[in-house]
Design a protein around this ligand. Structure first.
Ligand SMILES: [Zn+2]
Length: 359
């Protein structure tokens, strides 16, 4: 009997790792630095009167610990527990594991284009760039019968309409203050729409607070059961540009909590359970603390091409924090995400090779 149980457990664990995911949830949090992801709160920023919002005591209380490995858990406890234990986390440059933007600009539209096309087209050189002419990974999936009408994108920033060329009309893109539920909103959708409309708008009409994007996406996940879902949070970038370190840390901490909520839902729902991968990253890095450039990012801001990535789910080995000395690029993410679903992404443009996450 004992042997029988061991055999069954062995079978289960082998199949859990050999199978491919059937669904993927892609999550980005705009411009969150690898420095906070891997080493936690930066004391040089927290101690700087320009940035600590006259409240360094509260961020020290909430986010400080002497050791970086303890400190990082305070900002992203889900990343540094469940994902570290069951998935993979890349980009700790202190260990020689590097991921860079391949695009030469180090800001958002070029970064999101690079993530979703695998092609860092240098023509895409502005956040005001026109509707993306390239086939994205979301288009690639939506063209297949298995995924058709089971692809959706939710983004806090209104530029996602152009980044995914919403005008092509192939799959829904809910960005900024777009109303959830279209002409027939449910009670839940009506409530989220009303709250977003009446809430504080620190970023004007171009970007909604992340909480509304999150709850809109969660509601869609639970009611429409997409097989490919993208959620783009934006506050980490916005609060950093404003120099508000407390709000930046709190935004990152909240994204981590929402990733946990998404994962808990996925693992509680038979449609998704043990069949769904999550892929988490950012569009660009930011400058450093000492030069007070952490608030900004572009190709004049040193090091702001430095990014990070995490993934967890079926077919992804539990490697935890990846300590391999290697140089990876954001342009490799598109093919990597396709491979998690057992696919090879093809398009009219060149696509960078995948990251061999199971070697
Ligand atoms: Zn920015």
């Amino acid at each position: 009997m004992k042997h029988c149980i061991v055999f069954i457990l062995l079978l289960f664990s082998v199949s859990a790792y050999s199978q491919k995911a059937e669904n993927i949830i892609i999550i980005t949090t705009d411009g969150l630095r690898w420095q906070e992801v891997f080493t936690g709160m930066d004391s040089a920023i927290a101690n700087n009167k320009k940035f600590n919002q006259d409240d360094s005591a509260s961020i020290y209380k909430k986010y400080w610990a002497a050791e970086p490995v303890e400190r990082r858990k305070k900002i992203m406890p889900f990343l540094w527990s469940i994902i570290e234990k069951n998935g993979q986390i890349y980009g700790n440059r202190n260990l020689g594991n590097k991921i860079d933007n391949a695009n030469p600009y180090w800001f958002s539209y070029p970064g999101y284009n690079e993530i979703f096309t695998g092609y860092p087209d240098t023509a895409i050189n502005s956040n005001a760039y026109q509707a993306n002419p390239h086939t994205t990974l979301l288009d690639f999936f939506n063209k297949q019968s298995k995924y058709k009408n089971k692809v959706a994108a939710f983004g806090a920033w209104d530029a996602f309409d152009r980044i995914f060329n919403e005008a092509r009309g192939k799959f829904p893109v809910y960005s900024a203050f777009d109303l959830f539920g279209g002409s027939k909103p449910t009670v839940t959708e009506k409530t989220i729409n009303a709250l977003a409309k009446d809430a504080y708008k620190p970023f004007g009409e171009a970007e909604v607070l992340d909480v509304f994007t999150h709850y809109g996406a969660m509601n869609y996940l639970q009611t429409k059961k997409p097989k490919v879902l993208y959620i783009a949070y934006g506050e980490t970038d916005e609060w950093a540009h404003s120099g508000q370190y407390r709000d930046y840390l709190n935004a990152a901490n909240m994204v981590d909590k929402w990733i946990q909520d998404i994962w808990n839902y996925v693992q509680s729902e038979p449609f998704y359970k043990n069949k769904t991968a999550i892929f988490i990253t950012t569009d660009h890095g930011r400058g450093d603390a000492i030069k007070e450039e952490w608030t900004s990012h572009n190709n004049k801001i040193k090091d702001s091409y430095q990014i990070w990535m995490a993934a967890m789910g079926p077919g992804i080995k539990a490697k935890g924090e990846v300590k391999t000395n290697q140089q990876l690029y954001q342009k490799q993410f598109a093919q990597t995400m396709a491979s998690l679903l057992g696919q090879t992404f093809t398009a009219e443009h060149p696509i960078a090779e995948k990251i061999e996450i199971n070697k």
